[in-house]
Design a protein around this ligand. Structure first.
Ligand code: SAM
Ligand code: SF4
Length: 306
């Protein structure tokens, strides 16, 4: 019987976000790289499987695969096949560029759903933002829907002067493809305060407008994110972490970096716990479980009320 994992701030932990690589075939100018500055070393399939098995035994029920771009890993289907029986849900955040050929095999391997990053529908802006073309991405989204990787969530990072005028067209597109639009607040990069001031776009007024256009609003357990059910049939979720103490108070996640360290918070780089190095060194199981619990004990809300 697995009991609920709870951190020292009373927050239950049920989800594990694993970065599978720092490599990416896109080059988004604003990418926070999941806060990673690691060695570039990557986990093997066996290591990912062992991590998920151990985490599941400690109470984790959901795994999200991310990166870098998880689909650049040649063994991605095998990773999903091995870990999907171990937890209730495996999902992935991806740029979708390889979903055309991989949506079917990933679904067969047990992937439940995908989040696809789509910040604009304008081909020129897409090229400017990502350094790549839109076509493989929109085809990838269609394939994901076709193979039932649902709900397909479209992640739009909203940036002032870049794509803030496109929120309504992305809402329409997500409704047309049968997806859910996630509006994501631009997050500060460690080295990019200047960047932040130029591109940060306040999503509070956007939420107020969505509220008026909705016939139902639901608050999710994770981060208290709101989902707006618009009267026109679209679904829009808003992810607004910056300076938001509520967001952190309801954070249910722990992370593994692509080089195998446990990371207690996206925003922090100073309290990682070595994890896979213990496995590689043949440490006893209790020590490895101890490291997992140590990482849980280091979790602290990043944004708090003063
Ligand atoms: N390559 C995959 C992708 O682009 O979806 C997964 C990795 S990406 C780092 C994970 C998510 O973080 C994507 O939805 C991406 O748009 C988002 N992201 C990256 N940099 C960000 C930033 N500075 N602020 C907010 N979200 C960001
Ligand atoms: Fe969780 Fe807050 Fe850290 Fe984000 S910043 S990972 S919400 S604790």
């Amino acid at each position: 019987q697995v009991t609920t994992l709870v951190d020292p701030h009373g927050r239950p932990i049920n989800s594990l976000r694993i970065s599978l690589t720092q490599r990416c075939n896109f080059n988004c100018f604003f990418c926070h790289h999941e806060g990673e500055h690691g060695s570039g070393d990557e986990l093997t399939v066996d290591e990912v499987e062992r991590i998920v098995k151990l985490a599941a035994e400690q109470g984790i029920t959901k795994v999200k695969l991310t990166g870098g771009e998880p689909l650049v890993r040649k063994d991605i289907v095998e990773i999903v096949r091995r870990i999907s029986p171990l937890v209730e849900e495996v999902s992935m955040t991806t740029n979708a560029s390889r979903l055309k050929e991989l949506a079917g095999p990933l679904k067969d391997a047990g992937l439940a759903r995908v989040n696809v990053s789509l910040h604009t529908l304008c081909p020129e802006s897409f090229e400017e933002i990502t350094g790549n073309g839109t076509e493989s991405v929109t085809t990838g989204i269609e394939e994901a829907v076709k193979y039932g990787l649902n709900p397909v969530k479209l992640n739009m990072v909203v940036m002032k002067g870049i794509n803030n005028e496109e929120i309504d067209s992305l809402i329409d597109y997500s409704r047309e493809v049968g997806g859910v639009l996630q509006l994501i607040e631009f997050q500060e990069l460690e080295d990019g305060v200047e960047h932040y001031d130029s591109y940060h776009y306040d999503l509070v007024p956007v939420e107020e407008d969505l509220e008026k256009r909705s016939n139902k609003v639901v608050e999710r357990e994770m981060h208290l994110r709101k989902i707006y059910y618009l009267k026109d049939g679209a679904r829009v979720e808003v992810v607004r972490p910056m300076h938001n103490s509520k967001f952190c108070a309801y954070c249910t996640r722990i992370r593994v970096t692509s080089d195998g360290k446990l990371k207690s918070c996206l925003m922090r780089d100073d309290n990682h716990v070595p994890f896979v190095s213990l496995m590689r060194g043949g440490a006893p199981e209790e020590e490895i479980i101890g490291a997992f619990n140590e990482a849980v004990s280091r979790r602290a809300p990043f944004w708090r009320d003063e």
